[in-house]
Design a protein around this ligand. Structure first.
Ligand SMILES: C[S@@+](CC[C@H](N)C(=O)[O-])C[C@H]1O[C@@H](n2cnc3c(N)ncnc32)[C@H](O)[C@@H]1O
Length: 332
C-alpha cells in the first residue's frame, strides 16, 4: 500500500490515531508494517504490500490463511477432473470451465495462463446487451478517473475489473478495497503481472467500517460491488458518506420490482439495495444526493453450469431469463 495513505487512515474500530511501525518499504510503497491504535490498542497489519483494516468484530478468520478456494480443494481431491480442466485444449472447454481454469491458475500464480484461459469468456457468459452496457459504464468511470487527482477508492473491488481499467486510464492513485484478502491478493498478482501495480494500493476493508478519515476521499467508485453488499448495506452507504468529500460513482444491474422470479426472493431477503428505486431512497436517507447517469433495460440469463464440476456456476444470479435495469449512478 502507498505510504501516502497513512495520512488519511485511522482505526476503523474506534477512529483513534494509528501509530505506524514500518518494517519494509519499496520506494513509497509499504510492504510490511504494523499500525496500532493509540486509543483502543487494535493492531492492523500490512503484509505482502496489502494493508488489512478489518475491525475485530467483523473479522472472522485468519486473514493470512492459505488462500485455497472450494474449487482448488475440490480439484485436489479429483485429480482426473483437474487434469481435464487444466491440461485439455482451451477451445474444447465451455466458457464457464475456461473461467474456472483461469481462477485455478490465478490462485497457483500462473497469471499468463489465467489471462489466456479467460480471454473472450465474458462475452460468452453474458448477453451482448449487458456486456455493451457494462462497457459503457466502465468506460465512463475510467474516463472520469483519468483526469482525477485521486486517490480514488474502489469499493468491493472483487476481481478488479474496474480497478484495472482505471489504472490503465490515468495516473491517479487507485485504492482497491474488499473485505476478502483472497480476492485482493489475486487482483494484486494480476496487476503486478500487467505492470500496473504501481498505481494501485490494496486495502482489506469492510465498507461498513472503513479506516478512512472523515471526508478524506475525493472519489469513490464501484462496479457491481456496492449494491452487492447484502448485510448492512445501509450502514455501508452511511459510512461511505462519512469518508467521501467528493463524488461516488457506481454501476449495478437492478432486478425489476415486477420480476416474478427474482423480486420475491430479494424482498424476502430484505436487501435495501435490491431495486433501483429502493437504492435511490437508501442513498437519500444516508445523505447522498444521487442521480442516474446511464440507465438501460437489458436481458440477462443465468450463467451456464460447469460441464466438469458438479453444480459449479460463475454467478448464482439470475436464476432465470429476465430483464434487469443496468445503471450508472452518481452521488455527492
Ligand atoms: C461482484 S464482486 C465485485 C466486482 C468488482 N467490483 C469488479 O470490478 O470486478 C462483489 C464483491 O463485493 C465484496 N463485498 C461484499 N460485501 C462487502 C463488504 N461489506 N465490504 C467490502 N466488500 C464486500 C465481495 O467480497 C466481492 O468481492
Amino acid at each position: 500500500m502507498h505510504e501516502s495513505l497513512v495520512e488519511i487512515l485511522q482505526c476503523p474500530a474506534c477512529r483513534g490515531d494509528l501509530r505506524w511501525a514500518i518494517e519494509e518499504r519499496d520506494g513509497g510503497v509499504l510492504l510490511e508494517a504494523d499500525a496500532s491504535c493509540e486509543d483502543c490498542g487494535a493492531v492492523y497489519q500490512v503484509r505482502e504490500g496489502i494493508g488489512a483494516f478489518l475491525t475485530p468484530d467483523l473479522q472472522r478468520t485468519d486473514l493470512w490463511e492459505e488462500e485455497h478456494t472450494e474449487l482448488t480443494n475440490y480439484l485436489d481431491k479429483h485429480p482426473d477432473l483437474r487434469a481435464r480442466l487444466l491440461d485439455g485444449p482451451l477451445e474444447e472447454l465451455e466458457p464457464v470451465d475456461r473461467m474456472l481454469r483461469s481462477e485455478y491458475l490465478t490462485e497457483s500464480g500462473d497469471i499468463a495462463g489465467a489471462e489466456e484461459a479467460s480471454r473472450g469468456v465474458q462475452e460468452q457468459l453474458y448477453t451482448p446487451e449487458l456486456n455493451e452496457l457494462w462497457d459503457e459504464c466502465l468506460a465512463h468511470m475510467a474516463q472520469i478517473s483519468s483526469g482525477h487527482p485521486g486517490p480514488i477508492v474502489d469499493v468491493a473491488s472483487g476481481r478488479g475489473t474496474l480497478v484495472e481499467l482505471m489504472a490503465e486510464a490515468g495516473s491517479a492513485l487507485i485504492v482497491a478495497t474488499d473485505f476478502s484478502v483472497r480476492v485482493l491478493r489475486r487482483s494484486r498478482r494480476r496487476l503486478l503481472y500487467k505492470g500496473q501495480a504501481g498505481r494501485v494500493s490494496h486495502l482489506v476493508v469492510d465498507a461498513r467500517k472503513t479506516p478512512f478519515c472523515d471526508e478524506a476521499i475525493p472519489a469513490l467508485s464501484s462496479h457491481m460491488g456496492l449494491a452487492n453488499i447484502i448485510e448492512g448495506a445501509s450502514d455501508a452507504l452511511a459510512e461511505l458518506r462519512r469518508v467521501c468529500g467528493g463524488v461516488l460513482l457506481f454501476s449495478h444491474a437492478f432486478c425489476r420490482p415486477d420480476d416474478p422470479v427474482h423480486a420475491p426472493i430479494l424482498r424476502e431477503f430484505g436487501h435495501p439495495l435490491a431495486f433501483l428505486e429502493d437504492a435511490m431512497e437508501a442513498l437519500d436517507s444516508a445523505g447522498w444526493n444521487a442521480e442516474v447517469l446511464i440507465s438501460r433495460r437489458v436481458p440477462v440469463k443465468p450463467t451456464p453450469t460447469s460441464e466438469l464440476i458438479p453444480d459449479m456456476v460463475v454467478d448464482r444470479f439470475p436464476l432465470a431469463d429476465a430483464e434487469f435495469d443496468g445503471v450508472l449512478v452518481a452521488a455527492c
